[in-house]
Design a protein around this ligand. Sequence first.
Ligand code: ZN
Length: 314
Amino acid sequence: MRPNKEAIEFDNSVENAVKKYLNNKQAYCMYPGCNMHAISSHTISKKISLNQISENGILFSPESKRMYPEKKYGIGEIGINDASTFKGFCKIHDEIFFSVDKNGIKSQKDVFLQVYRVLNFIIFNENVINKMAPLFYEKLNTSLKNENIKKIIERGKNTATEANEIRIKKLNKYSSNILNIINAGGLNSATFDEEAFLTLDITMDQDIQENSHNKNEDNLIIVHRKVNYHIPVAMATKVSFSLNTQGKEDELFLICIPYENYSDLIIMFAKGKSLFAKNNHYLHYIYNDLNMLELIEKTMVNSEDWWMSPREWY
Ligand SMILES: [Zn+2]
C-alpha cells in the first residue's frame, strides 16, 4: 500500500528548521584536530567564479533543499553569498584555499585542494541531513494516521540512517586521504597549460600515481580538464545515476567551475565499482565536449548543488 498523497502533504516547517539550524549552528572546523569555530565560506570561489555567472548578485539553483524525496522540484533565486556556502573551516584553515579562491585551479595541488573542499561541503550537508532526520520523521509520523504505514516508515528510517552513516564514513575516508596527499607535499605545484588534462590514481594508502594500473577497487580516480570556453553553471556535487540499462548505479563527484573565458571541470569516482572506470569509459565523457555537457545536464537533474547564471535560464 502506498501512503496517499494527501497524507504526506508537507509544509515548509522542516525546511525552515534546517535553515534555522544552519544559521544558528555553532559549527566547528572540519580540519582534523582543529576545534576552532568555523566561518562561512564558499565552496566555489565567489570572487573569480560565481561573480562571473551571477546577475545583480543573483544565481539560480534548485529550491527544494534535499529534505523531501517526494517534494516538487523547483528552481529559484539564490543570493551569491549563499551559493555553495557552508561553515566548514575556521579562519586559519580556510586560508589553505586562498590561492584557489584568488587564482583558480592552476596546478595539481589546486585540483586536490578543490576536491578536498567539495568533499567537506558534501560531508557537512550529509551531517545536516543526519541531524535533521529525526525532525523529518517526527513530522511524518504526526501527519500519518495508518499504523501499518507508520511501521513501514520506521523500517525505512532505520535503513536510511544506517546508509547515511556508511556514506559519511566513506566520504570522511576520501577526505582524509586527499588531505594527507596535500600535506605530504609531493604534489606538483607547477602551473598547467591552458587545456590541461590530468588523471590521477589515488590508492587508499595515500600514494598517488599518474595513469597507473593499480587494481585496488577502492582507489579514486580524479580527472581534471580545463576547457577554453565558459560553462554557465557552477557545480559541486555527488550524484548516483545509471550509465547503462541494467540499472547499475555509478557514483560520481562532479565539480564545475566557470570563469569568464574558460572553465575547470573535475570528476572523481571510485575505480573498481564504476562504469566510468571500465575500459577508461570516462574519457568518452571528458574529452568530448558534447558528451561532457550532456553529463553536466544529467547531473543537474540528479543533484541540487549547482548554481546557474540567470542569463542562461531564460
Ligand atoms: Zn581550523
